[in-house]
Design a protein around this ligand. Structure first.
Ligand code: ADP
Ligand code: ZN
Ligand code: ZN
Length: 743
């Protein structure tokens, strides 16, 4: 029985790090819960103070005669900070981890505010001087300089990252214009409005009927004090951002504030600029690169009512607005919305809870909605809106699917099919650009037959087996093990192997096939250093290379109007990964990749190379049929009990000693089984994780599936109690609810 509680007094942030021990009196025994607000006597004078229970204990480390009693459980009035703490309690309860960890997620620490925040470029010449420099650049064919000069003619100050990012102009070009006296580089202390237009602000677009309908519907709900949850399904360029801005404007006009979530700042810089243009200095940015002090500063500005909108990745959810009216979540399907550190919360789930607590509307948007969001739209929990037309022109590319088995049959063992090869040749001759995309995810050892395309799968789980050291194949869901076959079990071919082609090999083969062609490569290796990502993109945008080879990094963000061909080297690589979300991820990536071709005026083409041309993820992405894909995928998830049809919890056990980690894993699996057996909830494992050892820590995983989320929470609580009762010496345990990546 818990008789003591660790309590954080009030909310004075500096005291967060020091919990105080209190005794739970008989009348409150069993009623005090973690995350609860209580009233306690504090200090010499025993003044009544509010506190937050962050942990329950059976004993106390202090002299029991000196530990004071909790007076009562606090009433219900919710202040702003209390709202944040409630959110922390929600996160702790639903995603695991300690209250301290959850509090750290929601409450920015007070710290020294660091000054420098970002750089901007300011023009230091008048128009005539700039125009004469432009003439010179034109004569010398200095494309990058021309672009920057044009931008400087348009606006006085420009954010540095925007120049190196969206504009695609490299640092040395900026420096050379600085030397010429055309500009200077300022360090700016605040993330203020980065765009200062000479004359006008972003003009409001006259909304299309489809856009207007969304705005009207959402506004109607808000006006009748009945804000709902909405999903906008619309391809890139269909006008979603314009709708978000119109909605946010309505919310601000009502005296409320809005949170605008984006997956990553770097990839969505243009969206930021549009918000700044439209809403000026009432916009702020929350960013993972901000120091704790800067984050704190942004939160204080929000609390004081100095800003109306905060834009940022998932941490922007925790900016404490006094009267939150709307949460927008753009590109809601992105996996970066799930935290990879304990507590592994999903921003969509927390956004739903925050919307419930505050009465704010929740607007999600995506070109390829997650199964989670779309199924909620189907069930009516979200209102669904569709935007089907591109407003900027540019047509969807012509997509062909190439069967690599046929290539092998005709004696072509190269990683380029004949069709892709001839199209690349054509683009090189026409001086247009090509993007070649290789999905490296799940590359680690899935085995397929190169003659018939058969992927070796687990007989119990319908996921592909992964190759392990010593010619063993394993299932990471159930632990099934088998020897790697010598020949294909379906057709008997001996061409059975893991697909081994990295971006580097592709680049080398391009040079062999097309001597002298200029290529750029973008993957985890070439983007290790700061800015390298932007540098590669701006080099490609400046046409310093004709072909960009890369991993999934290249399919997001920037538009390249000269790209008229996109090639997907082997679509199967992502399908083969031993992950129930493999098909969904493949569909999203292929749809995005295909969409990269033909953003300019010239029609584009895309080639998807695959061993499984009949696979539904490939078929539906080739014809850009989201609904078709959704229907099949949902059926598959239902049949096998994967999210969103059911919920799943992964318990990860890490430890330096293999046997100890394994026996702890077994103990936890037993504890889970003992509790859930009556409810017939499957407990799978323990099994070694996909990567069995990282940095000398052995990794095991247990998967538990249940239709009801609260059952998983119960199991988590039981496991936490089990661990508390007999704490492991050197092992860590992590919970992951509805994981987006398999462990
Ligand atoms: P998404 O967010 O779906 O990619 P955007 O809102 O960015 O779409 O719109 C794509 C492009 O179309 C942008 O350049 C935007 O300025 C333009 N646009 C959006 N709505 C309209 C409209 N109603 N009339 C004219 N242009 C529009
Ligand atoms: Zn075969
Ligand atoms: Zn299995």
């Amino acid at each position: 029985m818990y008789r003591y509680a660790d309590i954080i007094i009030d909310i004075a942030l500096s005291s967060l790090d020091r919990p105080f021990s209190y005794h739970i009196p008989d009348n409150l025994c069993g009623k005090v819960e973690t995350g609860m607000r209580v009233i306690v006597p504090f200090g010499q004078g025993n003044t009544r103070k509010k506190g937050y229970v962050i942990a329950l204990k059976e004993t106390t480390d202090y002299d029991p005669s000196k530990v004071k009693d909790i007076l009562e459980i606090a009433g219900d009035a919710v202040t702003m900070e209390e709202q944040q703490v409630e959110l922390a309690a929600f996160i702790k309860k639903n995603f695991g981890g300690t209250m301290n960890q959850a509090l750290k997620v929601v409450l920015p620490a007070k710290a020294q505010v660091k000054k420098l925040l970002f750089r901007e470029v300011e023009r230091t010449m008048n128009r005539d001087e700039l125009i004469s420099l432009k003439g010179e650049a034109l004569r010398k064919h200095q494309n990058a300089k021309l672009k920057l000069l044009d931008a400087l003619l348009e606006q006085e100050t420009i954010p540095y990252e925007w120049i190196t990012g969206k504009l695609g102009v490299s640092g040395p070009t900026i420096t050379s214009l600085q030397k010429a006296g055309a500009l200077k580089i300022n360090s700016v202390t605040k993330y203020r409005n980065p765009v200062h237009l000479d004359e006008e602000n972003e003009e409001k677009k006259h909304l299309s009927p489809a856009q207007q309908l969304i705005v009207n519907e959402v506004e109607k709900d808000i006006e009748s004090e009945n804000p709902g949850k909405y999903l906008i399904h619309g391809i890139t360029g269909s006008g979603k951002t314009e709708v978000y801005m119109a909605l946010v404007e309505k919310v601000i006009a009502r005296g409320q504030q809005a949170i605008f979530l984006i997956p990553e700042i770097a990839l969505t810089y243009q969206t930021l600029v549009r918000f700044f243009r439209r809403f000026g200095n009432r916009v702020s940015v929350m960013n993972s690169t901000l120091s704790p002090g800067e984050k704190y500063d942004q939160c204080m500005r929000a609390a004081k009512g100095e800003i109306d909108i905060v834009i940022g990745p998932r941490s922007a959810l925790f900016v404490p607005f006094p009267n939150l009216g709307m949460i927008v979540m753009d590109e809601e399907h992105e996996t970066s919305y799930k935290s990879e550190q304990t507590p592994k919360y999903h921003a969509r789930v927390v956004a739903e809870e925050l919307a419930r607590m505050t009465g704010a509307a929740l607007v999600l948007g995506s070109a390829t909605p997650s199964l989670e969001a779309y199924s909620k739209a189907e069930s009516g929990e979200y209102k669904l809106f569709e935007l089907t037309e591109r407003l900027t022109g540019g047509t969807l590319p012509n997509v062909s699917v190439v069967d690599l088995r046929e290539e092998l049959k005709s004696g072509n063992r190269s990683i380029f099919s004949r069709r892709l090869k001839s199209l690349i040749k054509d683009r090189i001759e026409k001086n247009e650009q090509v993007m070649l995309f290789l999905n490296r995810r799940g590359y680690s050892g899935f085995i397929s037959c190169r003659a018939c395309g058969e992927v070796i799968k687990c007989p119990h789980c319908d996921v592909s087996l992964s190759e392990h050291y010593g010619g063993k194949l394993m299932c990471h869901y159930c632990g099934y093990e088998t020897k790697k076959p010598e020949t294909c079990p379906k057709c008997g071919s001996k061409y059975i192997a893991g697909f081994k082609a990295g971006t580097e090999q592709i680049e080398q083969m391009l040079l062999k096939e097309f001597p002298g062609v200029k290529t750029l490569r973008m993957d985890a290796d070439t983007t290790k250093t700061k800015d390298s990502y932007e540098k590669i993109l701006s080099a490609f945008s400046n046409e310093e290379a004709q072909i960009l080879v890369g991993t999934q990094m290249i399919v997001k963000g920037h538009d390249f109007p000269k790209v008229t061909l996109v090639g997907v080297i082997a679509a199967d690589i992502s399908l083969g990964s031993s992950d129930y979300r493999a098909a969904e991820r493949t569909f999203q990536l292929l749809t995005q990749a295909v969409g990269r071709a033909g953003r300019g005026t010239i029609a584009g083409e895309a080639v998807i190379q695959t061993y499984q041309p009949d696979n539904y993820a490939i078929r539906f992405s080739a014809c850009q049929d989201y609904k078709g894909f959704y229907e099949e995928e949902r059926t598959y998830r239902k049949m096998l009990g994967y999210p969103p049809a059911a919920h799943m919890m992964a318990v990860q056990i890490l430890g330096p000693d293999r046997d100890a980690a394994l026996s702890l894993s077994e103990r936890l699996a037993e504890a889970a089984k003992a509790d859930v057996a009556a409810k017939l909830v499957p407990v799978l494992g323990p099994t070694p994780a996909a990567i069995g050892k990282i940095k000398d820590l052995y990794r095991f995983v247990i998967y538990i599936k249940a239709e009801r989320y609260d059952i998983l929470v119960q199991v988590k609580d039981i496991l936490e109690q089990n661990l508390l009762a007999s704490p492991p010496s050197r092992e860590y345990i992590m919970f992951d609810f509805d994981p987006v990546n398999m462990i």
